[in-house]
Design a protein around this ligand. Structure first.
Ligand SMILES: NC(=O)c1ccc[n+]([C@@H]2O[C@H](COP(=O)([O-])OP(=O)(O)OC[C@H]3O[C@@H](n4cnc5c(N)ncnc54)[C@H](OP(=O)(O)O)[C@@H]3O)[C@@H](O)[C@H]2O)c1
Length: 323
C-alpha cells in the first residue's frame, strides 16, 4: 500500500493519547483528525499531538472524507454508537476492548461493518504482538502436551478520583476493563468457548463495581481456566498454561515490551526462554495490522466475531453480580 491510512481518533482520554503517540511509529498509518464531545478538548488534543484536524462531535469527525479509519476509544458502553456511526460513514474501525458489553451489541457492530463493507477489529493489542503469535505456534506444536489449566491475572491500583473504571453505569470494574484480557487469552489457548462460567467478587462499597474478582471457566474438551482481576491492588500481570507434559509461563502477556519480550517453556526436563527481540510497539502494530487487513494483504489475527465469545463470558458474570 503506497498511501498511509489516515486515522481519526474518537475520544481524547488516556488510551487515545497512547494511540496518537503510537501512530508516530506506525509504518502504514498517520494522524489525520480527532473527534471529541467538546470542540476545545479536541483542539487541545490536536495541538498536543500535532493532528491536522479537530472536531467537536462524532458526526463532524465522520463527515471528513479524508479520514479512512476511526479509532474508537470511548468508555465501554459508548463503543457501540461510535462503531455503528463510523461503519455507516464507510470508515474502517479499530474499537477499543471490550468491543461491546453484551453479545448482542457485538453482533450488531459486526453486522454493520459487514453491511457497509468496512473492516472492524477489536483492539486486543497483545494479540498482534509476535510474543502471542510465537506462543500460539508452540501450543500448536504440542510442546506442553494437552492443555489442562490456564491461569492468568491482571490487577492494578486506582486512586479515589472519578474514573470511567469506577462508574457502574459505564460497566466499570475490573471484569470489563482487564478481565476481558484474561477471558480472551483463556479462550484463545483453549481454542473453544467455555460451557461453565463461575465467579466470585467483591464490590467496592462506594463504587458498586467489581474491585476484586476471580472466575473459573470450564471448556468442553476439559481445560479449566481461572483468573483474577482487581482495580485496588498492587499491579500483577502474568499468564501460565499447564499442559499434560509441560508448562509455559508468560510474565508479561498483556503488554509485551517493544524491544525485548520473553516467556519460559518448561518441558522434557528443560526450561527454554523464548525471546522476541524488537517485536514492536503493540499499539503501532495494531494500527498497521488494520491497514494490512483493509488493503486485503492480511487476514485479521483476531476477527471481530471473536468479541462475541468474550462478551458472553463478561455479560454472564455481570448478570451474576448485578442481576
Ligand atoms: N488497549 C488498552 O491498552 C487500553 C488501555 C486503556 C483503556 N482501554 C479502553 O479504552 C476505552 C477508554 O478508556 P480510557 O482509559 O481512555 O478512558 P478515559 O480516559 O476516560 O477516556 C474516554 C474518553 O471517551 C470520551 N467519552 C465519550 N463519551 C463519554 C462518556 N459518556 N463518559 C466519559 N467519556 C466519554 C471522552 O473524550 P471526550 O470528552 O473528548 O469526548 C473521554 O476522554 C475503554 O473501553 C478501555 O477499556 C484500552
Amino acid at each position: 500500500m503506497s498511501k498511509k491510512m489516515r486515522w481519526g481518533i474518537l475520544g481524547t482520554g488516556m488510551i487515545a493519547n497512547v494511540f496518537a503517540r503510537a501512530l508516530e511509529h506506525a509504518q502504514r498509518g498517520c494522524k489525520q483528525a480527532v473527534g471529541s464531545r467538546s470542540g476545545p478538548k479536541a483542539a487541545a488534543f490536536a495541538t498536543t499531538h500535532q493532528i491536522p484536524r479537530a472536531y467537536g462531535s462524532t458526526e463532524a469527525l465522520l463527515a471528513d472524507p479524508e479520514v479512512d479509519a476511526v479509532y474508537v476509544s470511548t468508555p465501554h458502553p459508548v463503543h457501540r454508537s461510535g462503531v455503528l456511526a463510523a461503519a455507516a460513514a464507510g470508515k474502517h474501525v479499530l474499537c477499543e476492548k471490550p468491543m461491546g458489553v453484551t453479545p448482542g451489541e457485538c453482533e450488531e457492530m459486526i453486522e454493520a461493518a459487514r453491511r457497509h463493507g468496512v473492516v472492524l477489529l477489536e483492539a486486543f493489542m497483545y494479540r498482534v504482538h509476535p510474543q502471542t503469535l510465537r506462543l500460539q505456534e508452540i501450543l500448536r506444536e504440542g510442546r506442553i502436551g494437552t492443555v489442562r489449566t490456564i491461569r492468568s491475572s491482571f490487577t492494578y491500583g486506582m486512586g479515589d478520583a472519578y474514573n470511567v473504571r469506577t462508574d457502574l453505569s459505564l460497566r466499570g470494574g475490573g471484569l470489563y476493563d482487564v478481565g476481558c484480557y484474561c477471558i480472551n487469552f483463556s479462550r484463545m489457548v483453549a481454542g473453544q468457548e467455555p460451557d461453565r462460567i463461575a465467579a466470585s467478587w467483591w464490590l467496592g462499597p462506594k463504587t458498586g463495581v467489581d474491585e476484586n474478582l476471580a472466575a473459573v471457566l470450564g471448556f468442553p474438551s476439559g481445560p479449566l481456566a481461572h483468573f483474577d482481576v482487581g482495580i485496588r491492588c498492587a499491579g500483577t500481570s502474568f499468564a501460565e498454561i499447564v499442559g499434560s507434559s509441560g508448562r509455559i509461563h508468560i510474565p508479561n502477556p498483556w503488554k509485551p515490551d517493544a524491544r525485548r519480550a520473553s516467556f519460559d517453556v518448561v518441558a522434557g526436563g528443560k526450561t527454554e526462554t523464548v525471546v522476541i527481540e524488537n517485536g514492536g510497539d503493540i499499539f503501532s502494530l495494531e494500527a498497521d495490522h488494520l491497514a494490512a487487513v483493509a488493503a486485503g494483504e492480511a487476514k485479521p489475527l483476531i476477527p471481530a466475531e471473536n468479541a462475541v465469545g468474550n462478551a458472553v463470558v463478561m455479560d454472564t458474570i455481570w448478570r451474576q453480580m448485578h442481576g
